[in-house]
Design a protein around this ligand. Structure first.
Ligand code: NAI
Length: 289
């Protein structure tokens, strides 16, 4: 594994680029949106500067990482990459189109990985010419801070691909776990029904928003309450994961809470829109119910 391509320079693509460059891999970061590329370049600089400030890396290491990241619009810049990680928006038709366009530009041994949170790896693999060299590589947000990577094998993923990708994640300083190709993998499958249940508890009037969060912080030792966490992750993302579980597993226990649906319909998506279960417009977050 010598060179890494990343397609989609958003929240996740930018984070993955930093982690790869800090581990010494040259990176081609590609996005169709120039404004997004510029914003991500700025964010990468700021994250590296913060790491120097905190004494986590020295300036020479940061400068080297910065130089290893090249960015642009052209997919063909990834022609000599040994692995390309797809991190575009979580929409199956968008991902399939990007993957179908990408594959013919790559060398025949190159591996394609997807950072999808909810879409079947086996289905996405079918949009490429290399299902045996296709795999799920689910990084957590924020990528530089989170140790875990879920590695998801599609039905056709080869042992050699799995092993190469697992070794690669270890070189990135991550802790990989192996997952089979089931909806929402491990973390979201276990975490999101808990968050959904907390929203049901609020919806049914079991307790106030603050009591639910306080109870889970102090009673279950969670660093954040489930409603706070939902706001942090984005309520649209939470709903998307619940829908994927509901559709993929057809068990009524995964039914998204109607209150979650309503908040998303209202455009109250959490921290990123300034309002979700809490209102973030003032100095301190205030419950909205
Ligand atoms: P984002 O919206 O921040 O970034 C997506 C980027 O893809 C944008 O910059 C967009 O311009 C670019 N893009 C879209 N279509 C493109 C195309 N055809 N060609 C090139 N670039 C294109 O999204 P985010 O949050 O980074 O998510 C990316 C993936 O990572 C999704 O699959 C998501 O489910 C997954 N993920 C997200 C997490 C999160 O907390 N944000 C956590 C783990 C996985």
């Amino acid at each position: 594994m010598n060179k890494v391509g990343i397609i989609g320079a958003g929240q996740m693509g930018g984070g993955i680029a930093i982690v790869c460059a800090l581990a010494g891999f040259p990176v081609e970061l590609v996005d169709r949106d120039k404004t997004r590329l510029a914003a991500t370049a700025k964010r990468i600089k700021a994250i590296l500067a913060r790491r120097i400030e905190r004494g986590r890396i020295d300036k020479a290491h940061a400068d080297k990482a910065q130089k290893l990241i090249k960015s642009g619009n052209a997919i063909k810049a990834m022609a000599d990459c040994d692995i390309v990680i797809e991190a575009v928006a979580e929409k199956e038709e968008v991902k399939r189109a990007v993957l179908a366009e990408l594959a013919p530009h790559l060398g025949k041994n190159a591996i394609i990985a997807t950072n999808t949170s909810t879409i079947s790896i086996t289905r996405l693999a079918a949009a490429t010419d290399r299902a045996d060299r296709f795999i799920g590589l689910h990084f957590m947000n924020p990528v530089p801070a989170m140790k875990l990577v879920e590695i998801i094998r599609g039905i056709a993923t080869s042992d050699a691909t799995f092993k190469t990708v697992r070794d690669f994640t270890v070189k990135l300083g991550k802790e990989p776990v192996r997952v089979e190709d089931f909806p929402a993998f491990i973390v979201h499958r276990v975490l999101m029904p808990m968050i959904n249940e907390a929203i049901y508890a609020l919806y049914e009037g079991v307790a106030t928003m603050e009591s639910i969060d306080q109870a889970m912080r102090l009673g279950a030792n969670h660093p954040m309450g489930p409603l706070e966490l939902a706001d942090f992750m984005g309520l649209d993302t939470c709903l998307q994961v619940m829908q994927a579980l509901n559709d993929g597993l057809a068990d009524s226990k995964y039914r998204p809470c109607p209150l979650l649906v309503k908040y998303v319909e209202a455009g109250w998506l959490g921290r990123k829109t300034g309002r979700g279960f809490y209102d973030y417009s003032g100095e301190k977050p205030v419950p909205t119910r």
